[in-house]
Design a protein around this ligand. Sequence first.
Ligand SMILES: *[C@@H]1O[C@H](CO)[C@@H](O)[C@H](O)[C@H]1NC(C)=O
Ligand SMILES: *[C@@H]1O[C@H](CO)[C@@H](O)[C@H](O)[C@H]1NC(C)=O
Length: 289
Amino acid sequence: MDDTHTFRHGDSSPGFRFRCLNLLLFCFISYSGTPPVGTTPVSVTEKKGGNVTLTCESEAREISVVELNRLSENILVCEKEECKSENDRVFKEGSCDVVIKDLIYSDAGKYTLNVFYNNDQTEVKRLTLKYHLHIHDAISVKKGEDLKLDVLLINADKVERNSSEGWTEVWMRGHGVNSDRLTVSDETLIINEFTVTDTGTYRVLDYEGETLITVSVTESGSGSKGKLDTEDNTHNEQLTAVYWFWGVGLPVILLVVVGVIVFVVIKKPKCLNRLYSPPTDQNTKEPDL
Ligand SMILES: *[C@@H]1O[C@H](CO)[C@@H](O)[C@H](O)[C@H]1NC(C)=O
Ligand SMILES: *[C@@H]1O[C@H](CO)[C@@H](O)[C@H](O)[C@H]1NC(C)=O
């Protein structure tokens, strides 16, 4: 009640004037700090491989054009789901919603949706909506395998992983990777010879510090049973290696060595004879062998 009183028109108390000034200042800052239309982006989160709907919630009756932009490029939007276009993952639904299906990592980021509509038949109006699409994923990796994350998108600035010390940087644009076990190839971050210490949540941030992608990485067959299995497997692998060496490898090597010795001792003089001795000599010596 008190607050409404202070804002009543005609009130010229110092308190009122101060508040009014603050309000003007606030409006000015808000206006200059953000784009004029479609202010804060709507955050949308969906898993990789899923479908996302960028809702326009427009009550306009006559929508003429729906235009989707991303990284200052126009994205073709199909009129309906079944369409023959190189961009058939993006289509219009309802009056002006846009669906992106079978999401891939590189779909993450900012979108601008312009809806041009015409309600009163006189002028075309534009409604601008902004979205920030965050994609999450969960993968499990076998110990010793290379984990390839194709997450270094054009709009990606850094990759972080949560550890006991909180989020730690794994990769940063212009700085590269922070460990010998990590490599970068094209848009892919590769964790070489995955170990349990590499598990956790990885997140990819854009230049404004907003999350583009979150990937939860676990060791495949996780849990204590899984770990035991892996140890058993390694043990078995070692046993198999030992078996192959003593059971098959060694006899084969011995056989080859014996063969070589036999060849050298028995055959070599004959060969040498054939090569270097006169034919008559060879004829006399051959029956000896
Ligand atoms: C995404 O949409 C397509 C077609 O509309 C559908 O076949 C598919 O099952 C959907 N995927 C998910 C994960 O809902
Ligand atoms: C990392 O984040 C995940 C999910 O947010 C959590 O389950 C896990 O305990 C975290 N790990 C560490 C080491 O903080």
